[in-house]
Design a protein around this ligand. Structure first.
Ligand code: ADP
Length: 433
């Protein structure tokens, strides 16, 4: 109440008192006239309060307040203005919400809001066409009941959603979808689903192209290599001027064959998400046989290769794939470690799962190369690679094989001191004897 109103109220009360006293003076009944006067004032005040209450109770959007006298009129007007302001703010907020809903509804990508338990709260129209969600029946349903793919369940339940997930649509196998999940607020999820069918087809075309070219090149290359071998078997008949050229042709032919084999292996690995084989593999025996191959590769370079392996730990998966991955790591250690260097292979288990580490005392790799090392044809130093005859695909194969066995690769290295490549397999892949 501002100062003016306070003065007016006091003046009015004083006036009432003066009136009552005057009536008392005339009638000689001071007490009665005071009681009657104050009772009349109280009655009037209560009547105003009642009007306010009735108006507030049946108040509709634009109905103006009842006319009030004095301070009560001011109170009615103030409440009315507050309500109008509130309505305007609400209207503006509603308009913003409507626009957000309209624009998300018009998106080609599906937008789905989930509560902290993973139940559906809200989704746009694209979610109905891409995932087959039904409005309103599916509201409140767990998302994993509606998208039943086991990979989706695993992906949704894990806490790390930094990488998107690709899956076929649950209602149409030909649609390829990409799922992005973001957590916000109180563990609520926002899920974005994009139709990447076209991108997937292009990617598939690229893979098929590489696989077909590699396959087609293999036969002519085998013929050329075969003839070169026959020619070189009869060294005495060859003009000495041609000997070196033929030897180099044979060496490069071998490199091309390795390259084609690696490309075909990668294409095979990319064709499916999981290995068809899921037998327990005796990793200790596998490593023992790779170690003897590595010793043969090292031969006169006399590397000291040691192996410590826990024989009680087996790995679920494909032996052929694991052999390619582990031999790539171990042969790399031989290739990139100077003569008589040390190579340590360890296979052990703990509560997180099982781990394989290949440590060498070799050339080491600069930290800036580490994040890109598993890319195809990525080489730290091209002259280094041509010396060793590598294809540049070895670590890409390792990464793919590990991904298919739910494992990850860790690389640590110090330039000039050596490198350690560690594969971490989760406990779900490990079988203990
Ligand atoms: P490559 O067939 O050329 O060996 P990889 O994919 O196996 O291809 O390896 C990629 C690159 O990583 C190699 O060219 C090499 O420079 C580097 N590299 C891999 N393993 C090691 C290692 N143990 N020590 C040092 N450098 C390595």
């Amino acid at each position: 109440m501002n100062q003016d109103w306070r003065g007016a109220v006091i003046r009015r009360l004083l006036l009432l008192l003066a009136g009552c006293l005057l009536v008392g003076l005339i009638s000689g009944e001071y007490a009665w006239s005071l009681v009657v006067g104050l009772a009349a004032y109280l009655g009037w005040t209560l009547a105003q309060l009642l009007r306010l209450h009735t108006w507030l109770k049946r108040h509709q959007a634009d109905e103006p307040p009842p006319d009030g006298y004095g301070l009560w009129g001011e109170v009615f007007d103030n409440i009315y203005h507050l309500q109008r302001r509130d309505q305007r703010v609400r209207g503006r907020l509603q308009a913003v919400i409507d626009r957000v809903q309209e624009s998300t509804a018009a998106l080609n990508d599906a937008v789905i809001m989930l509560d902290s338990d993973g139940n559906l709260e809200w989704w746009n129209r694209a979610a109905e066409t891409l995932l087959g969600l039904k409005t309103p029946q599916d509201s409140g349903q767990p998302v994993t009941n509606l998208i039943r793919h086991p990979t989706f369940k695993d992906y949704f339940e894990q806490n790390n959603h930094s990488e998107p997930l690709e899956l076929p649509s649950p209602i149409n196998d030909r649609l390829r979808l990409q799922f992005h999940i973001t957590q916000y607020g109180n563990r609520e999820h926002l899920m974005l689903v994009r139709d990447i069918t076209r991108l997937h087809q292009l990617e598939q075309m690229r893979k098929d192209f590489v696989a077909n070219v590699s396959h087609e090149l293999r036969t002519p290359l085998t013929v050329i290599s075969g003839y070169l071998e026959t020619l070189l078997d009869n060294v005495d008949d060859i003009n000495p001027r041609w000997l070196r050229a033929l030897q180099q042709m044979q060496q490069q032919g071998g490199r091309m064959q390795n390259l084609l084999n690696d490309l075909l292996l990668l294409a095979k690995l990319e064709a499916t998400d999981y290995p068809s084989d899921n037998q327990p593999v005796a990793v200790d025996l596998l490593l023992l046989s790779i170690k003897s191959d590595a010793q043969a590769l090292s031969s006169e370079r006399h590397h000291r290769i040691s192996l410590e392996a826990d024989a009680s730990l087996k790995l679920k998966g494909s032996e052929t794939e694991l052999r390619s991955a582990f031999s790539n790591l171990i042969f790399n250690a031989v290739k990139y470690t100077p003569d008589e260097g040390e190579i340590r292979i360890r296979w052990w288990g703990d509560e997180q799962g099982a781990h394989l580490s290949v440590q060498d005392s070799g050339l080491g790799i600069e930290a800036k190369h580490l994040p890109r090392l598993t890319e195809r044809f990525y080489r730290v130093d091209s002259s280094r690679a041509s010396n060793t005859g590598g294809t540049g695909l070895g670590l890409a194969i390792v990464k793919h094989v590990l991904l298919r066995h739910r494992a990850r690769l860790d690389i640590s290295s110090v330039l000039g001191k050596g490198s350690t490549f560690t594969c971490h397999f989760p406990s779900t892949q490990v079988v203990k004897r």
